[in-house]
Design a protein around this ligand. Structure first.
Ligand code: UDP
Length: 251
């Protein structure tokens, strides 16, 4: 198992993309060998997740029961470094959808794309299949995280038996939804990927690479989607909490 770092009371796994892909592969192989192996849950942890976990015990429990909590978000890398665990790279859902789909095409894994607005999952899946020839699309469906839609989704998953299930219902709903249903998901690994389908399908534009390198992806997103300001306010709160935690440790 990977080394871990504790940030604001949440355990984050010190993994890069290579280690994350290796872990996913192990889980897919395990369930292919034994259909009773559990569905694994991967959460992409960014500062918003950490602030929410502090305020909301049920979201903290969702993170605690996940099998892998990868470091998404420049703020998480910063906090990990301060805690003496320098991490190599961000492991984001927006990059992960490409990296995992690529590995899926190489290994013959079946992938299901669940979530986003109607038509977006289908469009993202077909763009990824063009990019990674041989990618096996188990399904693509918008669905809805509301309870009323669960029987439909459960039916689709049972019929298609995906190895990888990407869920794009946004934070924090997607992770709570996976946690609530993980024992009946008929998938090897379930991953909440936020707005990743929108980026792949071109519905939303992702920050250019140079802004990502400057750790300013959040600013780009805020300018493009000003309605997100309430969520973005959690970033300075996160920085304050991390600085305060260090201070308390020193006192
Ligand atoms: N979304 C959805 N159903 C919902 C809420 C959100 O399909 O009930 C989708 C939304 O269309 C978008 C994705 O979830 O594609 C991510 O939303 P958001 O940008 O808020 O999430 P974040 O990336 O910040 O977690």
């Amino acid at each position: 198992m990977a080394e871990t770092v504790e940030i604001l009371g949440v355990t984050v796994d010190c993994v890069d993309f290579a280690a994350t892909l290796a872990q996913i592969e192990e889980w897919v192989d395990a369930r292919r060998a034994d259909a009773t192996a559990p569905t694994r849950q991967l959460c992409t942890v960014n500062p918003e997740y950490l602030v929410d976990a502090r305020r909301n015990a049920s979201f903290a429990a969702v993170l605690a029961q996940a099998d892998l909590r990868v470091p998404d978000g420049a703020g998480v890398l910063w906090a990990a470094r301060r805690a003496g665990h320098p991490l190599h790279e961000r492991v984001t859902g927006s990059d992960g959808i490409y990296r995992i789909s690529e590995r899926a095409a190489q290994r013959g894994w079946r992938v299901f794309y669940l979530g986003a607005a109607p038509g977006v999952a289908e469009s993202a899946a077909s763009i990824l299949r063009d990019r990674y020839p041989g990618l096996v699309i188990a399904g693509a469906y918008a669905g809805n995280p509301a309870a009323a839609d669960w029987p439909d989704i459960a039916g689709w998953l049972a019929a298609t038996q995906p190895d990888i299930l990407f869920v794009a219902y946004g934070h924090p709903r997607q992770d709570a939804w996976i946690a609530a249903h993980r024992h009946e998901l008929s998938a090897s690994v379930a991953i909440g990927v936020g707005g990743a389908f929108d980026f792949v399908a071109g519905v939303q534009r992702r920050a250019p690479a140079w802004l990502q390198r400057l750790n300013l992806e959040w600013l780009y997103r805020l300018l493009r989607e000003p309605r997100r300001w309430k969520r973005m306010v959690k970033l300075p709160v996160f920085v304050g909490l991390v600085l305060l935690a260090k201070r308390e440790e020193l006192d």
